[in-house]
Design a protein around this ligand. Structure first.
Ligand code: NAD
Length: 419
């Protein structure tokens, strides 16, 4: 198990993936130019009063990639390393993701450069409300609908919804998804990303006759996507052998109890030092002996430097952009099935779509109905992508991108170029 991988620019990676699919689709250069870059990039610098009385200026972004299939949709992340290029990549992936599962949204993403772990809840609230005000010129229930992402949660969504509603003078729940249930959130949204990951992993396992019961699962990242995936895969009969967060990883070949690990993380701030587990490094969880690997943290973690050492037969990308194009080639040559992010983690945006529809209709559905509808959408999308991968003898990422890009290109073509 070796050291860190090289840093890379996620937008360059997204464009490289796009070009590969565009080439295979024989897309015209004119259309490539339209789809290669975002429609709109908003950069905001705004002051926030800290608890100390000091005023600090923060930088935030909101990027809308393409809205030809419907309003823009995408999460907001907070973090010290957020960059415009990262947000642009994530916005582009959102466009393809919505298209691959066939929901009527375009892609967007937002972010604020800040260190939420060093900020008090009151500071985070003021930052969120001011950022919302700054981007309110482009967001709205019919134009661009944010959602949670890394370091943001349902409380942050509640502040966004409240701020936007205060400006309009009445409540507009449909302006964000991933809200608390009490203000128009949806049943099943919290678990949706991980539930979707489970549904597509089941399909992939079936394709290689690998029973999920007893399968060893390793997960990088123990937040909304990773910790819930650990619980759901454990309930499915899998053995969660390794998990990690930013501070390190833990490994136990006989399996970890995901709820006990979560309690430990909530009490101690990290999964590390969990009793009855061996301490490993963050990167090591990608390389431990396992059958299913779930990257659920951040971009660019599987690269040419470590992909050869991945032991899993299935990599299910809960995170966005975890695998570089070079790593994709290595994994494909080893017959590792990589279920690409735009398919694997699309359960989140799918239930966000359900939440938006319920908010607009003020009519709410039960969790069973939501899970059933989600399963139909995920299974259908998986089959379509797997068929395309077989047809073109390519990996599932290229197949999913081809599927998505052709549908966005068609929408762009049929709407025509204004004016
Ligand atoms: P989160 O903030 O809830 O959790 C992130 C986890 O990853 C934390 O445990 C953190 O410690 C860990 N982490 C962060 N950077 C890391 C690094 N460099 N190395 C190792 N661990 C690291 O965020 P989340 O919502 O679970 O999102 C995780 C990933 O899943 C992101 O790529 C996000 O875009 C993607 N995703 C999330 C959703 C969703 O509904 N939350 C939907 C689709 C995709």
């Amino acid at each position: 198990m070796h050291e860190e991988v090289t840093a890379l620019n996620p937008y360059h990676m997204a464009v490289q993936q796009f070009e590969a699919a565009a080439e295979k689709l024989h897309l015209s250069e004119d259309m490539r130019e339209v789809l290669r870059q975002p429609k709109r990039e908003l950069v905001v610098n705004f002051p926030v009063r800290l608890d100390s009385g000091r005023i600090k200026t923060f930088t935030g972004y909101r990027v809308q990639h393409n809205v030809n299939r419907g309003p823009a949709k995408g999460g907001i992340r907070y973090g010290p390393d957020v960059t415009l290029d990262e947000v642009k990549a994530l916005a582009m992936w959102m466009t393809w993701k919505c298209a691959v599962v066939g929901i009527p949204f375009g892609g967007a993403k937002g972010g604020v450069i800040c260190d939420p772990k060093q900020m008090s809840p009151a500071e985070l609230e003021r930052l969120t409300r001011r950022y919302t005000t700054e981007i309110s010129i482009v967001i709205g229930p019919h134009s661009d609908i944010p959602a949670p992402d890394v370091n943001t949660n349902s409380q942050v969504m509640a502040w966004i919804m409240d701020t936007y509603s205060m400006h309009e003078g009445f409540s507009i729940p449909a302006v964000v998804t991933g809200k608390p249930l009490s203000i128009g959130g949806s049943e099943g949204r919290n678990d949706a990303t991980a539930t979707g990951v489970l549904f597509v992993t089941r399909q992939a396992a079936k394709r290689i006759d690998m029973p999920l019961r007893g399968a060893r699962v390793s997960i990088q990242g123990y937040g909304n996507a990773g910790a819930i995936a650990a619980r759901l895969f454990h309930n499915e009969g899998c053995k969660i052998v390794a998990v990690s967060d930013t501070r390190g990883g833990i490994y136990n070949e006989s399996g970890l109890d995901p709820s006990a690990v979560l309690r430990h993380k909530q009490e101690r701030g990290s999964v590390i030092d969990f009793p009855r587990a061996q301490r490993v490094r963050v990167q090591d969880v990608l390389e431990v002996p396992c059958d299913v690997l779930i990257p659920a943290a951040t971009e660019g973690v599987l690269t040419a430097a470590n992909a050869g050492r991945v032991q899993a037969r299935i990599v299910s990308e809960a995170a966005n952009g975890p695998t570089t194009p070079e790593a994709d080639k290595i994994l494909f040559d080893k017959d590792t099935i990589v279920i690409p992010d735009i398919l694997a983690n699309a359960g989140g945006v799918t239930v966000s779509y359900f939440e938006w529809v319920q908010d607009l209709q003020s009519f709410f559905w039960g969790v069973d109905e939501i899970t059933k509808k989600l399963e139909v959408i995920m299974n259908r999308a998986f089959s379509a992508v797997a068929e395309k991968a077989d047809q073109y003898h390519c990996d599932m990422r290229l197949a999913a991108n081809m599927q998505a890009i052709s549908s966005v290109a068609e929408a762009t073509q049929v709407r025509g170029i204004y004016p």
